[in-house]
Design a binder for this molecule. Structure first.
Ligand SMILES: [Zn+2]
Length: 86
């Protein structure tokens, strides 16, 4: 049987060459296979910007939406005051 282990991410058994070297590990191999490592890195890189961008958009939307009823109420008050005058 060839040397290998199960990737902790994709749960697939893979030959040991499919795991990157990691001196900190008892078997000197990364617990996550190379393809998974790449996809994790790519994913975290891809996510960094959109998350901050998204949270900014969400924050702005919350602010906008929380103001909306207040603005509507103010507009309604103004309208009723104008109507009462005529
Ligand atoms: Zn994997």
């Amino acid at each position: 049987m060839a040397a290998g282990k199960t990737c902790t991410r994709c749960k697939w058994w893979k030959p040991i060459e499919m795991f990157g070297l990691d001196a900190k590990r008892p078997d000197n191999r990364n617990p996550v296979c190379k393809p998974c490592c790449r996809s994790v890195n790519a994913l975290s890189r891809a996510r960094v910007i959109p998350i901050s961008e998204r949270s900014r958009q969400i924050r702005e939307r919350i602010i906008r939406e929380s103001r909306l009823p207040v603005l509507r109420q103010a507009l309604a008050n103004l309208k009723s005051r104008l109507e009462a005058r005529t």
